[in-house]
Design a protein around this ligand. Sequence first.
Ligand code: PGA
Length: 255
Amino acid sequence: MRRKLIAGNWKMNGLSRDGLALAEALAGMLEEAGVAGRPPSCDLLICPPFVLLPLLRATVSGAGIALGGQDCHPAESGAHTGDTSAAMLADTGCTFVTVGHSERRQDHGESSELVAAKAAAALSARLTPIVCVGETREERDAGRALEIIATQVRESLPAAAGTSELVLAYEPVWAIGTGLTATSADVAEVHEAIRKVLEDLRGQAAAQATRILYGGSVKPANAAELLGTADVDGALVGGASLKAEDFWAIATACP
Ligand code: PGA
């Protein structure tokens, strides 16, 4: 049984005061639930902007919330102005990093090959990469969603990943930040297809152990349905992760 993972992708939001208040509120909710004997049945992760990581480290690690980066560079170090290495993230207390988010693919022209190199760098630094894939509206309307996603998964996973822990995130581009969500039937179909590709690439045991998250306008109102969908092992939450109550409501909607 795969334990669900609820990951908050804060994107480029929050100054120190807001970030700390949000992390403290979540830590407080987790602690209260623990004291009441009702801890959520999922793992919690937040991925704040890089500059907030050192500030939030003590608060979240004390509470048992994992910390993740939103991106990393494929190289270990060097002349890459403005970039952050996976080792730097690990050194700041991160255990996860998202790679290949559609906003990176779109805004920075990131290819799946680059995403695979980033995921490999994450694994070398002992981080768990959360590899994001997803089709555009045009691709879905043209009936090409499954084919596009399968290709993205094949090209975005590092060849030498062995059986190391990886997380996949299916995020239809048209559902991100739009209030639109895929139907649970579509999500189940895509997640099943992703798991088949994983079986092909990594063998059955690793594929069965891999968590596949859904992302794209996950909110308290639709969390229970999405998280109860076959093959959905958690959620990657953008907008709703910026409000402690909403993020908590999503976490506690895990079956
Ligand atoms: P959203 O973002 O929840 O605001 O749609 C999800 C994501 O981009 O990870």
